[in-house]
Design a protein around this ligand. Structure first.
Ligand SMILES: [Fe+2]
Length: 150
């Protein structure tokens, strides 16, 4: 597989790896009256990210592509900004989640486009499935943000 495609697949894998940790950080540190809603939403979401991280890397292996293995490589490749461990009020936690879901959807669509060019449907199909899930979570987060801002 061409170099650009390998790079794009690893970029998406890096997003999953870094976002998994970031969503955990929010899961642990969110504070406020609706703490439990965000705590539970992020619990569901990081399990999805973890499963996709493994599934996507295994699909890469099935196509003889090495998934990046080091956290430093993921941080270097990803567009997702890391966050520190501190208190995150609900409004800020939801804002972060919305921003990153938008980014993740954009990256997934971009990588899907690239894979369509070479008819690597195994990747484009799975990315389409992922985008459906991310858009559902984006809806949840936006609905919760409206409630939070009311
Ligand atoms: Fe937990």
């Amino acid at each position: 597989m061409a170099q650009l495609e390998n790079k794009k697949l690893n970029l998406f894998l890096a997003d999953l790896a870094v976002l998994n940790i970031k969503v955990h950080t929010i899961h642990w540190n969110v504070i406020g009256a609706t703490f439990k809603d965000v705590h539970e939403l992020t619990d569901d979401f990081y399990h999805i990210l973890q499963n996709q991280y493994d599934e996507f890397a295994e699909l890469m292996k099935a196509h003889r592509i090495f998934p990046m293995g080091a956290m430093a490589e993921y941080v270097d490749a990803t567009n997702i900004a890391e966050i520190e461990g501190r208190d995150y009020p609900v409004y800020e936690a939801l804002e972060i989640l919305e921003t990153d879901l938008v980014k993740l959807i954009a990256t997934a669509k971009d990588v899907r486009e690239e894979m369509l060019k070479t008819d690597t449907f195994q990747f484009s199909n799975i990315l389409e499935d992922y985008v459906v899930i991310y858009e559902k979570y984006l809806w949840f987060v936006r609905a919760m943000r409206n409630e939070n801002n009311a």
